[in-house]
Design a protein around this ligand. Structure first.
Ligand code: LLP
Length: 426
């Protein structure tokens, strides 16, 4: 459930007509709903009830400070993959003691900063990373809490680019090697084993792969216990899908209920704290991208609706052939329905937001691309020297600009011409 709805023919975000946001802030523009973000976060905490847990929102999905600040206030922890994300969390008021650090390429400087601020746990993805972390922590006289990210080799049944739990991709430690690497972790200085982690992929629409992964992790935990290695938490990563089109992904409640049932069958399950790293299921349907139709261009084989947002603003359709709903914001006019490819201004054939969409529109009309709150703005670029869009958060009957639209001048901030004396003739 989200808080974007039509009222008297106009699409609203909570109590704010999106026509007003577009008129006042301009387009393209991302609009997020505070109530929807909060609702999606609470769906997790309520689903887990009294079982010890921590929801570490995956910052990569939408790292706007206002989003992070809101979730921090609601008690969220955070899953980060870079020092940039860590600093964002801190600036937004997040608690470093609730931060887990994922990612395959953690640099020394990133480890140092994370140790300095005292994060909860490093999700270590390889043996060399473990050795580097041990060296860095020992040098600083600190103890790094670690969890190994294990690759359970289950097929998440999702797009190959966002499937991460199979053998043959770069993530995690193969489950068969995990025992040896855990044993190594207990002998290296500067480390404390606290958890076990996995993340099998994103936009999962079935529970079975999650439960298969859990089963494999529980077998591993049992083997670890036999060797005297115990953990405090089990981190199951993110990955719960959202309805973009006709998908009917399980809700956090169904997910948590099945996990808890499975866990209860394991003799030590009751005391194991559960960590989750959801991104998309919290943010995707809490945001839309507003864009205006510039031109309608009828063609022999296809009709194009050319809009002012492109693949640089929202890359998911081009990159993953992802389908996101495209709705007219104001349906009070009467117009003819045509089938359009909704395309942007970027000079690439792959620059589209949607194909074969039945729309009743005219130039100047506003469109909303739904489900754009996750992996939207964060993946935007300045390709074709296009300033990145503004971001707005609606909160009941008010809205706040939570990121200004980039200026044209900002496009070359940090660049410089060559010094005069380097303009020698060749
Ligand atoms: N934890 C880890 C270690 C991850 O790699 C990810 C996502 C998450 C948590 C959050 O997963 P979520 O709950 O959002 O599914 N750009 C792609 C998605 C890439 C996901 C990368 N990792 C897209 O637009 O579909």
């Amino acid at each position: 459930m989200d808080h974007f709805e039509y009222r008297d023919g106009v699409l609203y975000g909570e109590e704010v007509p999106l026509t007003q946001v577009a008129d006042e802030v301009g387009t393209p523009c991302y609009v997020y709903s505070k109530a929807t973000l909060a609702r999606h976060f609470r769906a997790y905490t309520e689903a887990l009830g009294g079982h010890p847990h921590l929801i570490c929102y995956a910052v990569k999905a939408n790292s706007n400070l206002a989003v992070l600040g809101l979730l921090a206030q609601l008690g969220a922890g955070f899953d980060i993959v870079s020092v940039g994300e860590l600093e964002r969390v801190l600036v937004a008021g997040g608690d470093p003691a609730k931060v887990v650090f994922s990612g395959v390429a953690k640099q020394e400087a990133e480890m140092i900063r994370a140790l300095e601020v005292g994060i909860k746990c490093f999700n270590v993805e390889s043996r060399p990373e473990l050795e580097r972390l041990s060296a860095v922590a020992s040098r600083l006289g600190k103890v790094a809490a670690v969890s190994l990210r294990v690759n359970p080799d289950v097929d998440a049944g999702t797009h190959p680019y966002i499937s991460t739990g199979l053998k043959g991709n770069k993530f995690g430690i193969p489950v068969e090697e995990a025992l040896t690497v855990y044993e190594l972790a207990t002998t290296l200085p500067g480390l404390k084993v606290v958890g076990l982690d996995c993340h099998i992929g994103s936009q999962l629409t079935e529970l079975a792969p999650f439960l298969d992964a859990l089963d494999r992790l529980l077998i591993l935990l049992e083997r670890l216990r036999e060797r005297g290695i115990t953990v405090e938490h089990l981190d199951l990563g993110g990955g719960l899908g959202v309805p973009y089109h006709n998908e009917r992904p399980p809700q956090p409640f169904d997910y948590a209920a099945s996990l808890l049932e499975r866990l209860a069958q394991w003799p030590h399950g009751a005391h194991l704290t559960l960590l989750f790293e959801p991104g998309r299921s919290i943010a995707a349907n809490a945001g839309v991208l507003l864009t205006r139709v510039e031109y309608l261009k009828p063609g022999e084989t296809r009709n194009f609706a050319i809009v002012d947002a492109g693949m640089n603003d929202l890359i998911r359709p081009s990159l993953y052939q992802a389908w996101q709903a495209i709705l007219p914001v104001d349906v009070r006019h009467s117009r003819d329905v045509e089938t359009y490819d909704v395309v942007g201004p970027v000079c690439e054939t792959s620059d589209f937001l949607g194909k074969d969409r039945a729309l009743a529109i005219a130039p100047g009309d506003l469109l909303a691309v739904r489900s754009a709150g996750a992996y939207g703005f964060v993946m935007a670029s300045n390709y074709n020297s296009r300033p990145r869009p503004a971001e707005v958060m609606v909160d009941d009957d008010r809205y706040h600009i939570v990121r200004q639209r980039e200026s044209v001048e900002s496009l070359w901030a940090g660049e410089s011409l060559l010094p005069r004396d380097s303009h020698r003739e060749a």
